[in-house]
Design a protein around this ligand. Sequence first.
Ligand SMILES: CC(C)(COP(=O)(O)OP(=O)(O)OC[C@H]1O[C@@H](n2cnc3c(N)ncnc32)[C@H](O)[C@@H]1OP(=O)(O)O)[C@@H](O)C(=O)NCCC(=O)NCCS
Length: 177
Amino acid sequence: MDVMLQRLDSMDFASYRQGLVALLLDAVSHGASVGFLADLDERGAAEYFAQVHAAMTEGSLLLWVAHEQGRVLGSVQLSLCQKPNGLNRAEIQKLLVHSEARRRGIARLLMQALEQEAAAQKRGLLYLDTEAGSDAESLYRHLGYSSIGGLPDYACGPDGIYRGNAIYYKTLSRPSA
Ligand SMILES: CC(C)(COP(=O)(O)OP(=O)(O)OC[C@H]1O[C@@H](n2cnc3c(N)ncnc32)[C@H](O)[C@@H]1OP(=O)(O)O)[C@@H](O)C(=O)NCCC(=O)NCCS
């Protein structure tokens, strides 16, 4: 596999902006429940990534891309809790792999890079939520994440139908006293 992984800083974000927009539109058009409805368009996706970029610039969000020959095939974000009493935790968000590049181990690679950096930044508690019963649940279980249940009718997918979520966590390390 010639897939390259890169954690973007806010300076090199611009080079990948279009690829990230295309990746998000692909995910939503294939039914992924990642916060958007089916009417998401380029403009809406670009507005979302402007917010992502602002959070990266202020230091509260890390973002990785997986790319192959210049094409963005996957991405994941780690939102670092900014509360003084929550510096041990971070939320995994928007793990996306292009529909034409799935089951090649790209999500696994992205998650490995994310966990390595989380450990380095002493974010020992990682958590996330995903649509109950989705493909992503198999992935997170495969990577050692534990389910603590979920909430009914938590969010709707692109089709507008509300479904429950599943909440997962993984402890990389315990905070030192
Ligand atoms: C979930 C998603 C990120 C997986 O990406 P991927 O690159 O295809 O995953 P990988 O190839 O790294 O899979 C690693 C392991 O996860 C599990 N897995 C991944 N996709 C799976 C699927 N569709 N069905 C069952 N198990 C799956 C398998 O155990 C797989 O190992 P294997 O291929 O050796 O059996 C991708 O399907 C996706 O982008 N879905 C839409 C967006 C989404 O739901 N994201 C999660 C938001 S929280």
